[in-house]
Design a binder for this molecule. Structure first.
Ligand code: DGY
Length: 320
């Protein structure tokens, strides 16, 4: 008998075929609507494997309902949507998809940094709204990227790829991490510093760390007050790492110059969220890894992880 798998979102055909070659599958059919919790609660009961996305909150109660569940394959590098302790207690393998999205996410982070620094969205709207009457000396002027100081919080794979891009722009690179990365320091000519020093010295503060109990609310009013008035905060990691209410106040009061955000405490971001009322915010709908190639690679890797675990092999990327 083939193992049973539930897939929480409609996947590209080739990925479905890959999973179907070894499993009998059921799949939530809506492309842009997350599977309701009640549906997941019902489906998880009988399956051996679950293929899910970061939009699904996989809690202990849900996992306890699953009688045969061996593996949950998350199509994301982040896995804060899953209760890892519960999975470990219940002997369920959790897998994720690191590596394949590194460069694409670093690209988006740098794109967000540049568009925030040079006010690209504002400038596009200015033109489209017919406000462009003439060229004038200080019109839509922003901050320089080339030669500025970047502070990278979290020096994992994506943080290092961001450093690579920053080096190309002759930036002075500071980083804060759980541990010092001596090999990368040499490669990118960067300096390991305390968080306070990074917040005070950086022209761009980039949040690149995983979302854990330790990093929740890592950036609050206190840290934002340390930043320069001309500095920009970029977050492409997870919303809960930066306190959104505090960030809104800092931007509103012009304590900091701007923010570029791809992630939020609540996703999707509601249209009446205060951050969207500010001109100095570039907000994106969590598209860090959204290139066609990368999303296909993530889905393929998630499928491989799932199949390996169901085949009693060790998946490439095991969280627990
Ligand atoms: C991840 O993989 O965790 C990203 O946030 C989505 O690509």
């Amino acid at each position: 008998m083939k193992p049973k798998v539930f897939i929480t979102r409609k996947l590209p055909k080739e990925i479905i075929l890959q999973i179907e070659s070894l499993c009998s599958i059921k799949m939530w059919q809506e492309e842009d609507v997350p599977v309701p919790y009640e549906v997941l609660e019902k489906e998880i009961k009988e399956v051996d494997g679950l293929f899910c996305l970061l939009t699904e909150s996989i809690d202990r109660a849900l996992m306890e309902k699953a009688k045969n569940l061996k593996v949950i394959s998350n199509m994301a590098v982040g896995y804060n949507n899953i209760d890892i302790q519960a999975a470990e207690d219940l002997g369920i393998t959790i897998t994720n998809t690191p590596g394949v999205l590194t460069e694409t996410t670093a690209d988006l982070t740098f794109a967000l940094l540049m568009s925030t620094a040079r006010r690209l969205v504002e400038a596009r709207d200015y033109l489209k709204n017919g406000e462009w009457q003439t060229w004038s000396p200080m019109q839509l002027t922003g901050q320089d990227v080339f030669g500025a100081t970047i502070g990278i919080i979290g020096m994992g794979r994506i943080g290092a790829s961001l450093a690579k891009r920053a080096k190309g722009f002759d930036m002075n690179i500071l980083y804060y991490n759980r541990s010092q990365k001596l090999n990368l320091e040499k490669e990118f000519d960067m300096q390991y510093v305390e968080l306070e020093y990074l917040m005070k010295q950086s022209d761009f503060v980039c949040v690149m760390t995983p979302y854990t109990k330790e990093t929740e609310n890592l950036i609050t009013a206190k840290e934002l007050k340390m930043m320069k008035e001309t500095a920009i905060l970029i977050n492409t990691a997870r919303g809960g790492i930066v306190n959104e209410a505090d960030l809104y106040q800092a931007l509103l009061k012009k304590q900091i110059w701007a923010a570029g955000l791809d992630v939020f405490e609540e996703e999707p971001l509601s249209l009446n969220h205060p951050l969207l009322s500010l001109n100095n915010v570039v907000a994106l709908p969590h598209i860090g890894s959204a290139s066609i190639n990368t999303r296909l690679k993530m889905a393929t890797l998630a499928a491989e992880n799932l199949l390996a675990a169901l085949n009693n092999q060790t998946p490439k990327h095991v969280v627990v």
